[in-house]
Design a protein around this ligand. Structure first.
Ligand code: FDA
Length: 307
C-alpha cells in the first residue's frame, strides 16, 4: 500500500524539499548512498575489492531539466573514470547510468543522451571497463534500448537493465540473450500502471524466474540484480541446469542492503557486484529504496521525529 504513495512522492518537488531539509534524513540516506564525492567513494571500491567483491558505480541523479545539467552528468562520470584509471581500479568497477540524467527527457533528448553517454562509454572502454544503462520508467525504454543497440556497435560490452514487472520484458530478454550481451534483470522499482506491468508481487517473481531461464539458456552474460533469497537460490539452480559455470553469470545487490549476503555469495565463488550510488542528487534513488521496504519508511519517520 505505502510503496506506490512513496513512489508518487519521489517525483514531487514539494516532497523533495521537505525530505531534503528534514533533520535526521542524512543518517538514513547514508545507509544507501556511499558518499557525496568521488574521493569518498574510492575507499569503498578499494574495500570491496579487498573482500573479493566488484562494484558498479552510479552517480545519483535523474530527470534533469536543463541541457547544462546533462553536460554536468557526463562530466561527473568522466571524472569518475579518470579517478578509477589513476587508481588502477578499472577492472574492479564498472558504471551504471540513468539516461534521464543525460538529458533523455528534454527536447531532442534521445540524441542528447546518446551524445552525452558515448564519451563515458568510450572512456570506460579505454580503461578496460564497461557501462550499464539502468532501466527507468516504461516510457523511456524504447529510447534506452535504441541507445544501447547503437552503443553496442562500437562497444559490445555495454550492458542494459530489464525489469521483470513489465509485460514486454520476456520478449526483450529473448532479443537480448544473444552472444556477447550483458543484461541485468531486476524486479523493477518504478510506479507502473496495470496496462503495462504486473501489480502483484507473486506475478513479478514468477516473471523474474521465467526471464532468468531465458537469459541462462541464451548466450549472453546474465546479471541477477536482486536481494530476494528465494530468487537467488532458484537462479543458482537454473544456472546449474543450463550448464553455466560460476563465472558465466553474476549476482548484483545494492550498497547498504544485505551486505553479509554480498560477502557470503562471493565466498561461495560467485561473482558479486555491489551497485554503489554516490553524489548529492540522491532524492529519487533514496525514495525508491524507501518504497521497497516499509520498515525503511518507519525507520526514516522515527529518525526525523527524534531529531
Ligand atoms: P524484494 O523487494 O522482494 O526484496 C527481497 C529482500 O531484500 C527484502 O525482504 C529485504 O530483506 C531486502 N531488501 C530489498 N530492498 C530493500 C530496501 N530498499 N531496503 C532494505 N532491504 C531491502 N530497478 C529498476 O527499475 N531499474 C534499474 O535499473 C535497477 N537497477 C538495480 C540494480 C541492482 C544491482 C539491484 C539489486 C536492483 C536494481 N533495481 C533497479 C531495483 C529493483 O528493481 C528492486 O526494486 C529492488 O532490487 C528490490 O527488489 P528485490 O529483488 O531485492 O526483492
Amino acid at each position: 500500500m505505502l510503496g506506490p504513495v512513496i513512489l508518487a512522492a519521489s517525483r514531487s518537488d514539494k516532497m523533495r524539499r521537505f525530505v531534503s531539509a528534514a533533520p535526521g534524513t542524512k543518517q538514513v540516506v547514508d545507509r544507501f548512498i556511499a558518499g557525496e564525492t568521488v574521493d569518498q567513494v574510492v575507499p569503498i571500491v578499494q574495500d570491496a575489492a579487498d573482500k573479493g567483491l566488484e562494484v558498479t558505480l552510479d552517480v545519483v541523479g535523474e530527470d534533469i531539466t536543463t541541457v547544462e545539467q546533462s553536460y554536468a552528468a557526463r562530466d561527473a562520470y568522466l571524472e569518475l573514470v579518470g579517478r578509477l584509471k589513476e587508481l588502477g581500479l578499472g577492472t574492479r568497477a564498472e558504471m551504471s547510468v540513468k539516461l534521464s540524467m543525460f538529458g533523455q527527457s528534454l527536447e531532442g533528448g534521445h540524441e542528447l543522451a546518446l551524445a552525452n553517454v558515448r564519451p563515458v562509454v568510450e572512456a570506460a572502454a579505454a580503461i578496460g571497463t564497461t557501462v550499464t544503462l539502468d532501466a527507468e520508467d516504461h516510457t523511456t525504454l524504447d529510447s534506452m534500448f535504441a541507445i544501447h543497440e547503437e552503443l553496442r556497435r562500437d562497444f559490445p560490452d555495454t550492458g542494459c537493465v530489464i525489469q521483470a514487472y513489465l509485460f514486454r520484458t520476456e520478449d526483450d530478454a529473448r532479443r537480448l540473450a544473444a552472444a556477447g550481451s550483458r543484461v541485468r534483470i531486476v524486479k523493477g522499482a518504478y510506479k507502473e500502471p496495470a496496462s503495462v506491468a504486473y501489480q502483484d508481487k507473486a506475478e513479478v517473481d514468477k516473471a523474474f524466474v521465467r526471464i532468468v531461464k531465458i537469459l541462462m539458456a541464451g548466450e549472453g552474460y546474465p546479471m541477477i540484480g536482486s536481494h530476494d533469497p528465494r530468487l537467488i537460490t532458484i537462479t543458482q539452480e537454473l544456472a546449474r541446469q543450463a550448464g553455466r559455470k560460476l563465472d558465466e553469470y553474476e549476482f548484483q545487490m545494492l550498497y547498504g542492503i544485505r551486505s553479509d549476503e554480498h560477502v557470503r555469495l562471493a565466498a561461495e565463488g560467485h561473482r558479486m557486484r555491489v551497485y554503489t550510488a554516490y553524489g548529492t542528487d540522491w532524492y529519487g534513488y533514496f525514495m525508491r529504496r524507501l518504497a521497497e521496504k516499509p520498515a525503511n519508511l518507519l525507520f526514516f519517520a522515527r529518525s526525523i521525529l527524534t531529531k
